[in-house]
Write a new protein. Structure first.
Length: 394
């Protein structure tokens, strides 16, 4: 399927205002998603919140099969959660760790996840094992296989790290985890909406996702995938009267599907808006989106490689839509601010987000430019010209 770029840009209001190269932070939503989100908020204001939810019942319920279609899951394996971090937390903190249990992760792991490992290790006596990278800068599958033993409780990695173009070999990791009988938690906040995802092929037990990044949904939205056959016995760390039923004075029954990870009170307009964004991704087709994003990212890397003082810093055998680079002798945050004055949005990834990876490579921080389907080659030219002009004058 070929994407209609002119239509995509016309349906993205932000394209008229900024050159947005920060999809990995928060992508520009489409008019369709904007209308769905604001329409529900307006309905709440006009007739009341509960009443608006009743009227939007079909869309609210339709969220689950839409997301399931996107990632190759069943609808009852999806729970709406307000962001990827909370979705990840709900999965991770619901596991019962004991002294000696091992958590296997990767060098490029996100800081929020790693802090959680540290906290659980401190409280329970579990052990954190960081599997080294291979020559491509991705998790070493041979080392992962060697690190697994009977004490391995969980393998947990980020599919696409926040600080670079690396796409981890998630399916190969899943095969190793499944063969070992270890649970597999995949942080997919940067990958769902960027590249085709099939949770059955990947073999993960949990998958955490945000709405605001490559899905182009509203902020304050996300979801958790919980594989029915391996996680149905796992009781969420938090329960309310949506996730469970109070069946006796001294008893309760937990919801059988993934909605047990939800709260009763949630961002209903966000559910409607995220459904609209997911529906659009399904209609465009993830293979077509992925092809376009790789084409744009590769074109940006090629352009940046010609700019003096710029060093590309992306790792991985497979590289995605996040392009990172370092500029010799220049403060990256100051450069980001000057580019914003030119209506160009990029950001800076620091050791705050990925201490082990960036520190290990001797990088304090890196510039990050992340493309999406609404970007054009002309915008890439404009960005690189602006960057070159800033470097020429500094």
């Amino acid at each position: 399927m070929t994407l209609d770029l002119a239509r995509l840009r016309a349906e993205t209001p932000g394209c008229a205002n900024v050159l947005h190269l920060n999809a990995a932070g928060s992508a520009l939503p489409s008019q369709r998603t904007l209308d769905a989100t604001l329409g529900h908020l307006r309905l709440e204001a006009e007739i009341g919140g509960y009443e608006a939810a009743d009227r939007a019942h079909a869309d609210l319920e339709g969220f689950y099969p839409s997301v399931a279609k996107l990632i190759g899951a069943a609808a009852d394996e999806i729970g709406f959660v307000e962001n990827a971090t909370r979705a990840w937390d709900l999965a991770f903190y619901s596991l019962d760790f004991e002294p000696g249990d091992r958590i296997l992760t990767c060098v490029s792991e996100y800081s929020s996840n790693y802090i959680s490992y540290l906290q659980v290790a401190k409280k329970t006596g579990a052990e954190i094992v960081v599997v080294p990278d291979d020559s491509f800068g991705q998790i070493d599958l041979v080392a992962l296989q060697r690190a697994i033993d009977r004490r391995t409780k969980l393998i947990s990695i980020s599919h696409v790290p926040t600080q670079g173009g690396l796409v981890q070999p998630a399916e190969a990791v899943g095969k190793i985890a499944n063969d070992a009988g270890a649970l597999y938690l995949l942080d997919a906040c940067q990958s769902v909406g960027q590249l085709p995802i099939d949770v059955r092929a990947i073999g993960c037990d949990f998958l955490s996702v945000t709405g605001r990044k490559y899905l182009r949904g509203p902020r304050g939205t996300g979801f958790l995938y919980a594989k029915r056959t391996t996680t149905a016995h796992i009781e969420p760390i938090f329960l309310d009267n949506h996730a469970a039923q109070w069946t006796d004075d001294r008893a309760y029954t937990v919801c059988a599907d993934a909605r047990r990870f939800e709260n009763w009170e949630r961002y209903f307009a966000g559910v409607v808006g995220l459904k609209a964004a997911v529906d659009q991704a399904n209609e465009l087709g993830m293979p077509a989106i992925w092809d376009r994003l790789r084409e744009l990212a590769d074109a940006l890397r090629a352009r940046l490689s010609t700019v003096k003082r710029v060093k590309l810093t992306d790792l991985g055998k497979v590289k995605g839509a996040i392009v990172t680079f370092a500029v010799d002798g220049l403060d990256h945050n100051a450069l980001k601010a000057r580019l914003r004055e030119r209506a160009i949005n990029v950001t800076v990834s620091t050791q705050f987000s990925s201490r082990l990876d960036l520190r290990g490579r001797g990088l304090r921080d890196v510039m990050r430019a992340s493309v999406h389907v609404y970007n054009t080659e002309a915008e890439l030219d404009r960005f690189v010209a602006a960057l070159d002009a800033e470097l020429t004058h500094r």
